[in-house]
Design a protein around this ligand. Sequence first.
Ligand SMILES: [Zn+2]
Length: 431
Amino acid sequence: MIQLNRLLIPFLFFFAFRLAFQIALDLLNISFLRRHSHTVPRPFQGVVDGEKFSEIASYTQDSTRFGILARLFDQAVLLAILLTGVLPWLVDRINGWDAGFIGGGLIFFAILAIFSSLLDIPFDLYSTFVIEQRYGFNTRTIGLWFSDWAKGMLISAILGGIVLVVLLVLVSYFEATWWILAWVIISIFELVILWLYPVLIAPLFNRFEPIADKELAQRITSLMERAGLAVKGVFQMDAGKRSKHTNAYFTGLGKSKRIVLFDTLLASHPEQEILSVLAHEAGHWKRKHVIKQLIVLEAFSFAGLFIISVMLDWELLYRTFGFDEQIRYVGLLLAPVVLSPLIYFLRPLGSALSRKYEKEADDMAVSLMGTPEPVRDTLIRISADNLANLVPHPIYAWFNYSHPPPVERIERLEAMREGDPRNVREQVSGS
Ligand SMILES: [Zn+2]
């Protein structure tokens, strides 16, 4: 059965280490917040009062505590699945059905995926209907939640099924080179999905209409022309039927770029601020951040697939988790699971790169708007409306944040306004 050996011991060590590290970082962040909860940070004074500030603190605490609980549960289930011998038992049953390698692999992953999404349901419900509800964000009905869930399951079954069939076919027919072929095919598939997402998948969940305010649409188009971007359309999305959180995004590839504005954002921001949000998004496109991040991600997935391909032929991987035979579809599950505690520690690299891009996009927004004021005002309003934590612990933010913390971003914009020569230079090079 399961043996405590030179693979399982380091795996369990890193598994426990990651979990303890994640929880310690969460707790550190909460206690830092509590220690700084007496004074509202300067840029937010006058906008966020004492009451709002303590609401932000309790929203952060509630979501963090719930996150810790969900993670502990999730990791306990994973460990139980790996160590109780339930996987070899399951594979034995599947072998009895004579479905072949590809059929067997599909059944194996389908059972695990269904099991894990059923376990997620109570957590998703609690987060939506208790936490988000408590802070006045949730606007979803139970009916809408269920239809979202059903559609989400169907889409993951189709997309996940396609990727899985490709992997299983390649693994069974190309012993040594499967991972290179898989990398090429899956990368192309991802690009196709990125291209089709706005026209095929997003409309299943939301209604998209050209924005009603024609004058605003005209101003947006001329802003995009100034940025040198060809845009197919400016749409508003009925995000308010799910949540009051506000946002906007660019979507599509190449010439099919679309701008999508949440109706919640349109309702709560004055025009100059809406334009600054879009100027920031335009900055991401202009600086090719999406493509650059995609390239980095593809490089990591190339390395990851190579490592998995080596591990697939490693007899110890199977024996460690109670398998007598080397069934390669089982390896496709075990290898990433064993690697994941290590992969987690690469996160600060991704966060740092993303924060660098956010600064570049802010710079671009300032030069497109001609002044930092609306960009700063937008950030203040978005942070306050969405109850963003205004005092994250620096290590927590360094590890996890894809955006610089709000106060840091705002102070940077204010320094531009005050004509700090260092920032003016950045501003010029950012345009
Ligand atoms: Zn951004």
